[in-house]
Design a protein around this ligand. Structure first.
Ligand SMILES: *Cc1c(COP(=O)(O)O)cnc(C)c1O
Length: 388
């Protein structure tokens, strides 16, 4: 009997080690891992460059309080600033913390302008922003909020794709709209570029802030460093997390100058956020991701993978309804419940993970090779071939 609190339906597989796109199970089996800790290990398992960076830092200094200057943190912040829309960065440890801090920053901005009642955040129904009390009520999914009332107030909702409902939901108390640029847990639903452009315009018109949750779709996953860059817009606040530490827990909130004016010493903090060891991981990920051709490679491999997956869909229209995604954030939307399909893939040594709407998520490391993608395609074909 496990002493772990029963909050996960765990698969009965465990792993001894990992290398790149592969995991080696305790039972001796080798798996092609297209989960990668749910879009976390952007450079695959046990990446040599990341290993060296963390080892080097671990011998110098692990942790100091944010009460002191942390040069490794200054360095990563400067680089994120240089590579994105952001003017300032606040480091956290996880995605939920980063989205929750984003909510705080938006509220605090209007508070500092004397608009104390302008504090509501408008979100998409059944989206995903994390598992803290505030973020589950931001997501507004019954599955996540059931049993956790009283409700954390301050969130309004509209349905994905319901433009009229969105406009109708904005009122004088709305401080920000917060959406995932690409809905991850929700089933890899891409918000089209023209919608993102309209969303920016709408926020400008209503003088409210735009928060784009890029915890899953950010950090190179979509083929650009941040997914909204495809639409050539600039949000006001962007939480990131999953990929930025390459497997080490790191979260961050990127904000523009305007939002930054609402914050001052004492208004937010974190014991662990941005410690030297975490920052050495973040800096190493940035080193690799901004090497010439890296992001282009993600884009090209993503295009290839999606094109080939569509061919499988055309061959098995009774199994696969739709291929969704951008870059290497990919979802196969099945006609029926995906549980059995995922198990069959795993039986054939390909690890994938579910998303809402019968989706099977395919999340290879960003440095996956074409050969590994072809191996995944071969397994997918085989499983479809034998699927009843
Ligand atoms: C995973 C995720 C989160 C929460 O991240 P945690 O590190 O699990 O707290 C928030 N938003 C999005 C879009 C995510 O995919």
């Amino acid at each position: 009997m496990s002493a772990i609190l029963n909050t996960y339906n765990r698969k009965k597989i465990s792993f001894k080690r990992g290398k790149g796109s592969f995991l080696y199970a305790s039972n001796g089996k080798k798996y092609l891992d297209f989960v990668q800790g749910i879009a976390v290990n952007c450079l695959g398992h046990s990446n040599n460059y990341l290993n060296r960076a963390i080892q080097k830092q671990s011998k110098k200094l692990w942790h100091v309080s944010n009460a002191f200057v942390i040069p490794e943190q200054e360095k990563l912040a400067k680089r994120l600033k240089q590579k994105t829309f952001a003017d300032y960065i606040s480091f956290q440890n996880s995605g939920a913390e980063a989205t929750e801090a984003s909510i705080k920053f938006a509220r605090r901005y209007f508070y500092s302008k004397g608009k104390k009642k302008k504090n509501r955040i408008l979100c998409i129904n059944n989206s995903f922003h994390g598992r803290t009390l505030a973020t589950i009520f931001a997501s507004n999914s019954k599955k996540m909020t059931e049993g956790f009332y009283p409700k954390v107030d301050g969130f309004d909702h509209f349905n994905f794709g319901d433009h009229k409902g969105l406009e109708r939901s904005i009122n004088s108390r709305t401080a920000a709209i917060m959406v995932e640029t690409i809905l991850g847990e929700g089933g890899i639903k891409v918000i089209p570029e023209f919608c993102l452009k309209e969303l920016r315009k709408l926020c400008n018109k209503k003088k409210i802030l735009l928060i784009l949750d890029e915890v899953q779709c950010g950090v190179g996953r979509s083929g650009k460093f941040l997914a909204f860059e495809h639409a050539k817009i600039k949000p006001d606040i962007v939480p990131i997390a999953k990929g930025i530490g390459g497997g080490f827990p790191v979260g961050a909130v990127l904000v523009n100058k305007k939002v930054a004016t609402g914050m001052k010493p004492g208004t937010h903090g974190s014991t662990f956020g941005g410690n030297p060891l975490a920052m050495s991981a973040g800096n190493a990920v940035m080193d690799v991701m901004f090497k010439k051709g890296f992001l282009n490679n993600v884009k090209n491999n993503g295009r290839y993978f999606i094109r080939e997956l569509n061919k499988i869909k055309d061959r098995y229209p009774n199994i696969i309804k739709e291929v969704r995604g951008k870059g290497l954030l990919i979802g196969l939307c099945l006609k029926k419940d995906q549980t059995n399909f995922i198990n069959k893939l795993s039986d054939n040594s390909l690890l994938t993970i579910r998303g809402s709407e019968n989706v099977v998520r395919l999340l290879p490391p960003l440095n996956v090779t074409k050969k590994e993608i072809n191996l995944a395609l071969k397994i997918l074909n085989k499983v479809c071939d034998n699927y009843k």
